[in-house]
Write a protein that binds this ligand. Structure first.
Ligand code: PNS
Length: 159
């Protein structure tokens, strides 16, 4: 069985991410959730906070590890001896960007494969950006992120 890397900003991790992690952990021997340090986006949570939060919500999955990476994802995969990158696809709108990323990653390192998992339809509308927007506007983020994260995300907006 292959080792997989599930990369992302996880700013913050959502129930959609968690659903992919759980399903991937049932397919792969080991799944590393790789939290990107150098995201082009300005994150709400620091890298230390994002790692700590992800660790907390994946603690029940024994074959899921949490790590951080900087620089090219494929170089990280090579260093960790991982041959699969897992990406979640929510809708057709994700496809074009993800197809481009998968293609450039394949060009950079041929033996690391990107595998796409369809997001559970109940989370097809969900993104970290929407969670932040809703929380910022004092809306309800229950069911969008793990329950224990609700006060943490709201706390970032002094709610
Ligand atoms: O959760 P996100 O923000 O959609 O995650 C994007 C991420 C971190 C997976 C992507 O930006 C990434 O792989 N960054 C690392 C740099 C890299 O390897 N880019 C692809 C080749 S240009």
């Amino acid at each position: 069985m292959a080792k997989a890397v599930y990369p992302g900003s996880f700013d913050p991790i959502t129930n959609g991410h968690l659903d992919i992690i759980k399903r991937a952990s049932e397919i792969f021997e080991e799944v590393t959730v790789a939290v990107a340090i150098n995201s082009s986006k300005e994150p709400l949570f620091t890298i230390e906070e994002r790692i700590e939060i992800v660790k907390r919500v994946v603690q029940d999955y024994p074959n899921v590890k949490v790590d951080t990476f900087n620089g090219l994802l494929v170089e990280y995969c090579k260093d960790k001896d991982a041959n699969v990158i897992i990406k979640g696809l929510r809708a057709v709108s994700d496809f074009e960007y993800e197809f481009q990323m998968a293609s450039i990653n394949k060009k950079l390192v041929d033996d690391v494969e990107t595998l796409f998992m369809m997001t559970n339809t109940k989370y097809s509308y969900l993104s970290s950006s929407l969670v932040k927007e809703i929380a910022r506007l004092n809306g309800c983020i229950k069911d969008l992120v793990p329950d224990e994260l609700v006060p943490i995300v709201r706390g970032k907006f002094n709610l």
